[in-house]
Design a protein around this ligand. Structure first.
Ligand code: NAP
Length: 381
């Protein structure tokens, strides 16, 4: 006889900004709406730099009335009723905030980019392993059924050997970046590790990694060589247009990942510009339509003589953003006693952070010492 009760995990939400709201609203949805019955979620606390904001957040996200509202992050990390903390501060703060929770023995799902630099990410991984707690970077896109299906198709050889992947996430629009983002905005503010690459480019990089790195057997996964160009936002020095060419051993397959704040992957907002990801193999190509953080459609174009087929993700009709897929992965990992996700092993997050470090080194992009440092704890975080 099987136990039909879902395995439920108790979440604490650290910060109450835009993505924390989307994630938390997804968490409180009934998992049966996405045909999930083995795991479920409950939000038991939220923390903000303002207790009042934490309370408003819990109410507006539809969390249980028993959930606790904290006016500082340390109280959340110390709450014995919290199993796992979702860290949703700007990336500048991930190292300090995720470390706070790991040191307190909490499991952590930390927003992307995991940290500002690879050294900070390595330190978090080291602490998570020492404390034997779960840690995962919130690359939610990887957990979409569509992404799972594409990795399966490509690893089964549907388009042959993949030699090149193009991926773009650029969100320029008719307004100039200066009009859209003032210097204080986290997208361009270097004190908050602003810039296109850590915020958007990571999606282009993760699409490349899924097919040129992740689907290799673990013992064959090798970091790419990287060359890059980066243009700085005039008013702050954050990156506003960044392009990488990565060459992945052993075939030296190329991954071209681009990101920008001045041009768009979808300028007319109607999809006219075509796919945002192209996965090119010896037997054909798979094209994925953007936005690549939440893709809903792809097309398979086999070699000449065959008909191309277009697929829509049926799960796109499900209520919510789709952030619940990664939350479900966290719950299953905790249930099964896994300290990391096989879909995004910590090692892979570290290699991706190394790639972004190299791009910054090649182009002279350094963030303020207070957010690059390994020193912990720092006041003001
Ligand atoms: N997965 C996705 O699709 C996705 C989408 C957007 C962003 N993100 C990631 O999520 C993180 C947060 O992004 P967001 O768009 O939610 O940002 P946001 O709306 O600006 O929210 C960030 C929150 O962090 C807290 N915070 C603490 N110290 C701060 C400081 N010095 N300045 C500003 N905020 C501070 C604030 O919460 P309190 O005031 O409550 O303390 C604030 O509301 C980033 O790492 C970003 O890359 C992911």
């Amino acid at each position: 006889m099987t136990d039909s009760k879902p395995y439920t995990i108790r979440w604490g939400i650290l910060a109450t900004g835009g993505i924390a709201q989307k994630f938390t609203k997804d968490l409180v949805l009934d998992p049966s709406t996405r045909s999930v019955s083995d795991v479920s979620h409950t939000v038991v606390a939220a923390a903000s730099r303002s207790q009042e904001r934490a309370q408003e957040f819990l109410t507006s996200c539809g969390c249980p009335s028993t959930a606790k509202a904290y006016g500082d992050y340390a109280s959340l990390a110390a709450d014995p009723d919290v199993d796992i903390v979702y860290v949703a501060t700007p990336h500048s703060h991930h190292y300090q905030n995720a470390r706070l929770c790991l040191e307190a023995g909490k499991h952590v799902l930390c927003e992307k980019a995991l940290t500002v630099n690879a050294a900070q990410a390595r330190k978090l991984v080291e602490i998570a392993r020492e404390r034997k707690v779960f840690l995962m970077e919130a690359q939610w896109t990887r957990y979409f059924p569509l992404a799972v299906e594409l990795r399966k198709m490509v690893s089964e050889g549907k388009i042959g050997t993949v030699h090149r992947v193009f991926a773009d996430l650029s969100i320029g629009d008719s307004g100039t970046p200066e009009a859209k983002w003032g210097v204080e905005n986290r997208m361009v503010n270097v004190d908050l590790a602003g810039g296109a690459m850590l915020d958007l480019g990571i999606y282009s990089i993760l699409w490349v990694f899924q097919f040129l790195y992740h689907i290799q057997p673990p013992q064959h996964r090798l970091p790419p060589n990287v060359v890059s160009q980066l243009t700085k936002y005039p008013n702050t020095g954050a990156d506003e247009l960044t392009s990488l060419i990565m060459s992945f051993p052993p075939l030296n397959s190329h991954g071209i990942a681009t990101t920008g704040l001045r041009v768009s992957f979808d300028p007319d907002n109607k999809g006219t510009a075509g796919p945002a990801v192209r996965i090119q193999g010896t037997k054909g190509e798979i094209q994925v339509f953007g936005p690549i953080f939440r893709p809903t459609r792809f097309r398979v174009i086999p070699l000449e003589g065959f008909t191309s087929v277009e697929f829509a993700d049926e799960t796109r009709e499900i209520p919510g953003q789709g952030m619940f897929w990664e939350a479900d992965e966290c719950a299953r990992c905790l249930r099964d006693g896994k300290l990391e996700s096989e879909t995004l092993p910590l090692e892979e997050s570290l290699v991706m952070m190394d790639v972004m470090d190299q791009v910054r080194q090649q182009n002279g992009l350094v963030y303020p010492e207070k957010i690059e440092t390994l020193e912990y704890p720092l006041p003001g975080f």
